[in-house]
Design a protein around this ligand. Structure first.
Ligand code: GDP
Length: 309
């Protein structure tokens, strides 16, 4: 059982998810965290990863390292989204098992599910239909990660579990407009428009797609909870159970930022999948529920955004 002296490796600890998991572990008193930044360990490099695990020998591994990005980045860099992610997860899962880790938690994504999966999406929708084309490269890599975790459990008895978080946001997010997801992109656009006094802000797509947003601190709480309590090959969705349209999200973010101008839609930009709401009944039955309301999470993320600039 993971305790405060366990050697815990958070792969990807500088990212949105990894940094939130580190904060959560520290707040719960876990003091033996092993961290390795990109500058000292390239997770795509099999030899380097194996050497690192041989030396550091973590007991527990949170695999939160990945090449991630919004709809445009996914569509622009398909080779990197597929290849980097396959390499990172294969290296980390294999080395963790090879060097005696007790348990590994793989963080996937809700984009692994088919484009037309019945909503809300249950875990058993995996591999029942074609993927959303704008992020299929990332999705294929993540599906391979789930299968690798299951294969290592089946063949070697390795205790590997997989979580599928919905769209995440919060402190530490990427606010670069070419690479970011919608929530940080809108926050930055409305913020800059307010400062510049611009009469309108352009939102991509039609505003009609529906998305579910989970604050990364909620995800981190669930990730630590499931590392402690869950041990089964079945994947677990992690979300809030409710969604909003992109137009509703835009109004909420504009309100939080204090932007009063017009919101216009550029339908030449892709909408992506029409809806992506996770069924979170498995998670609820395991004893965990999200607690940060979207409105409140956007407000606190905006406060963080202002202090970081
Ligand atoms: P997705 O959930 O994988 O589709 O990723 P995104 O968060 O990038 O996009 C979600 C939805 O928000 C899509 O319908 C986008 O077209 C829409 N959207 C609206 N404005 C923006 C923007 O400025 N940036 C991004 N990334 N998406 C936007």
């Amino acid at each position: 059982m993971m305790d405060t002296t366990s050697r815990i490796f958070v792969a990807g600890h500088r990212g949105l998810v990894g940094s939130a998991i580190v904060r959560r572990l520290q707040s719960e008193g876990y003091g033996n965290l092993l961290l390795a930044g990109r500058d000292c360990l390239d997770l795509r490099d099999n030899t380097a990863v194996d050497r690192w695990f041989a030396t550091e020998r973590p007991d527990y591994v949170f695999l939160a390292a990945a090449k991630v990005g919004g709809i445009l980045a996914n569509d622009t860099y398909p080779a990197e989204f597929l290849n980097d992610n396959l390499r990172i997860q294969s290296n980390v899962i294999d080395s963790a098992w090879r060097h005696g880790a007790r348990k590994l938690e793989f963080l996937g994504s809700s984009c692994i599910y088919p484009r037309f999966a019945p909503q809300p999406i249950r875990e058993d929708s995996l591999l029942t239909g074609p993927l959303e084309p704008t992020n299929e490269w990332y999705a294929i890599a993540k599906i391979a990660g789930i299968k690798m975790a299951q294969a290592y459990r089946k063949q070697y008895g390795f205790s590997a579990i997989s979580l599928m978080p919905t769209n995440l946001y919060g402190p530490g997010d990427n606010f670069d407009l070419a690479g970011s997801h919608v929530l940080p992109a809108l926050m930055r656009k409305f913020h800059e428009a307010r400062l510049a006094g611009s009469p309108e802000v352009t939102v991509w797509g039609t505003g009609t797609p529906r998305r579910e947003f989970l604050h990364v601190d909620d995800l981190a709480e669930a990730a630590v909870f499931l590392m402690r309590t869950y041990d089964s090959p079945e994947i677990v969705n992690v979300g809030t159970g409710s969604d909003v349209t992109i137009a509703e999200l835009a109004s909420m973010v504009a309100r939080a930022v204090g932007y009063g101008g017009r919101i216009v839609y550029d339908s030449s930009k892709p909408d992506g999948t029409p809806r992506k709401l996770l069924d979170v009944s498995r998670l609820h039955s395991l004893g965990w529920k999200a607690s940060i309301e979207l409105e409140q999470g956007i407000a606190s993320t905006y406060r963080w955004y202002l202090t970081r600039r």
